[in-house]
Ligand binder design. Structure first.
Ligand SMILES: Nc1ncnc2c1ncn2[C@@H]1O[C@H](COP(=O)(O)OP(=O)(O)O)[C@@H](O)[C@H]1O
Ligand SMILES: [Mg+2]
Length: 363
């Protein structure tokens, strides 16, 4: 669906924050009264625009690091890139390159967030991040007025006349969606389906009309034209997906879905090794045991790659305890989703079965 505007709008284009250089340039021109002709003003405006463009285009290393540090994004460590991982990365990049937002869907702990962050960082634009949940509102996505500044002017120019004036100024602060739309950053919206659909409605016109409408602003400031470098990666848990807040179809129809399952054993072994430096045979055994458990529990309880890493870390930290009590270690990790003593007994059995090596006969 294409929205038709019913009234003329002014769309604010490539506005960006004034940088130090731009501010200096502005103040220099303001002070220089002799240059107050139209020709000089046009020249000044052109120079400022050029400076801004230069800053944006050259948004490399340091500037990007500064932005990402200010908006705290999760770091990806020990990234493992097997053919399976590469295939997903390539598909995400392909669809982003084709101009579509990508929605990565998969079970808990299969690596959605990690792939989303890795691809986002490979795009060499600053990355901003939002984590969806029940409490997230549109304001959390776009920003709002952070504080009201009050200023009082007292004018006693004529000694017996007193003139007072109160000025209230509201400070607007951009949140990640606005920043990404304005300056062409990559927005990773993690666990997007946990947010109530009404808060995500704002994304519709961003994806369809390429316009971000800031509902609490008025006049030309209300509309922001989405920067051509803007990219959006959403992640959702496939298990929760059906249950929690089902996102509106209109929004989903405008995204490409990439379904990720838990990785193959070889990839999981490499991930466990990369995160914990545990010996390969031990990593192989952990992945085998967790794989066995996975096959026997319902979808919502299937332990993911994160569980494999946790077992490995437990073994590494156990100082000999794990040698005699390995089943307890696995059980402790599964127990986070235990419903009661009976369920715990069942899980205990499951762990024992999973730990027992297949005999020559049964293979
Ligand atoms: N390609 C990968 N390389 C290294 N570690 C990975 C990779 N994919 C997943 N992991 C690790 O596996 C765990 C689960 O991944 P995560 O991205 O958080 O899953 P999800 O977002 O699907 O719940 C994390 O500890 C993460 O560091
Ligand atoms: Mg995640």
């Amino acid at each position: 669906m294409v929205y038709k505007s019913t009234h003329g709008r002014t769309v604010r284009g490539s506005a960006i924050h004034d940088t130090g250089d731009v501010k200096k340039k502005r103040s220099k021109h303001v002070l220089d009264k002799t240059r107050d002709t139209k020709w000089h003003k046009d020249k000044e405006a052109k120079e400022i625009e050029e400076l801004k463009k230069e800053k944006m285009e050259g948004l490399g290393g340091l500037e990007r690091e500064r932005i990402e540090a200010a908006y705290l994004i999760p770091e990806i460590e020990n990234f493992v890139e097997t053919d399976n991982v590469k295939n997903i990365e390539e598909r995400v990049k392909l669809w982003l390159g084709a101009g579509y937002p990508v929605h990565i869907i998969g079970p808990t702990g299969c690596g959605k967030t990690t792939v989303a962050m890795k691809v986002a960082q490979d795009l060499s634009r600053p990355v901003v991040w939002i984590n969806g949940d029940d409490q997230v509102t549109t304001t959390d996505l776009i920003g709002g007025y952070s504080q009201i500044e009050s200023e009082t002017l007292r004018d006693r120019y004529i000694h017996n006349v007193f003139k007072g004036k109160d000025i209230l100024k509201a400070d607007w602060v951009d949140n990640p969606l606005t920043l990404a739309c304005k300056y062409g950053y990559t927005l990773v919206y993690n666990e997007f389906s946990r947010t109530k659909p009404v808060a995500n409605n704002i994304l519709l016109s961003v994806l369809e009309e390429k316009i971000l409408e800031l509902p609490t602003k008025y006049g030309e400031e209300r509309y922001i034209k989405v920067h051509p470098d803007f990219n959006l990666i959403l992640t959702s848990n496939s298990i929760e997906y059906a249950g929690v807040h089902r996102a509106q179809d209109a929004l989903l129809d405008r995204t490409v879905g990439i379904y990720m399952d838990l990785y193959d054993s070889d990839t999981e072994i490499k991930i466990v090794e990369a995160h914990t430096r545990i010996a390969t045979p031990e990593a192989e055994e952990i992945v085998r045991v967790i794989g066995n458990i996975r096959r026997k529990v319902p979808d919502a309880e299937k332990p993911g790659t994160r569980a494999c890493i946790m077992v490995a870390n437990g073994i590494m930290a156990s100082n000999g305890y794990a040698e005699k009590n390995i089943d307890q270690l696995y059980l402790d990790i599964l127990a986070t989703k235990v419903k009661g003593p009976e369920d715990l007994n069942q899980k205990q059995k499951l762990v024992s079965e999973a730990l027992s090596k297949p005999t020559a006969k049964s293979t």
